[in-house]
Design a protein around this ligand. Sequence first.
Ligand code: DX5
Ligand code: ZN
Length: 220
Amino acid sequence: MVRIAPSILAADFARLGEEIDSVRQGGADWLHFDVMDGLFVPNLSIGLPVLESVRRVTDLFLDVHLMIREPGRYVARFCEAGADLVCVHAEADTEEGIRAALREIRARGKKAGLALKPATPWDGALPFIEDVDLILVMTVEPGFGGQKFMSEMLPKLGFLRETLDGFGLDCLLEVDGGINPLTASLAAAAGAQVLVAGSDVFKAEDRKARIAQLRGEKTE
Ligand code: DX5
Ligand code: ZN
């Protein structure tokens, strides 16, 4: 069964604790936390102090997506601030820099993730495949919520799934961007096991029903 990770980027930050409670009550499996630096992506979002506060109010698995340049500078602090998984972008540093960041995350006892922008082919993950617990396939250009799902990313999931299975690696596949009940079913069929959904969940009147729909459960 797929895991649903609501992205708090689409939440009302003035009521963040209640927003987190509502998706938890609604059956969210993970919570997705988007960090932007205004350099790697043309936008700013939230960072360490917010993560520390969120950690204090929830025991949900915190999936931290770093959209920042040279993430190795900050991974230790995100681990300390309460992340359960820290995901860095393959494009955000040299190969050595990314590998060092991934190893540092694991050395601190957290799960390490690698994210691929839409323009990065599936084999951009190959140099890091032994150092990751999760690969995140972006299905929009990172930086903004509420964009349209890029269905041309679906084959990337298939290639990664085959490769991971071929090597016998225990690594999750996650998708992020433009997820709604229709694109969720396409992504899951292509091999995604974790679905990030921001606007679709937080804008829904009945978040519990929406999360169930994203998971592919029948609702009345
Ligand atoms: C985009 C972020 C996403 C974003 C998804 O850069 O990484 O996590 O919140 O938002 P939706 O689900 O609205 O596309
Ligand atoms: Zn994200």
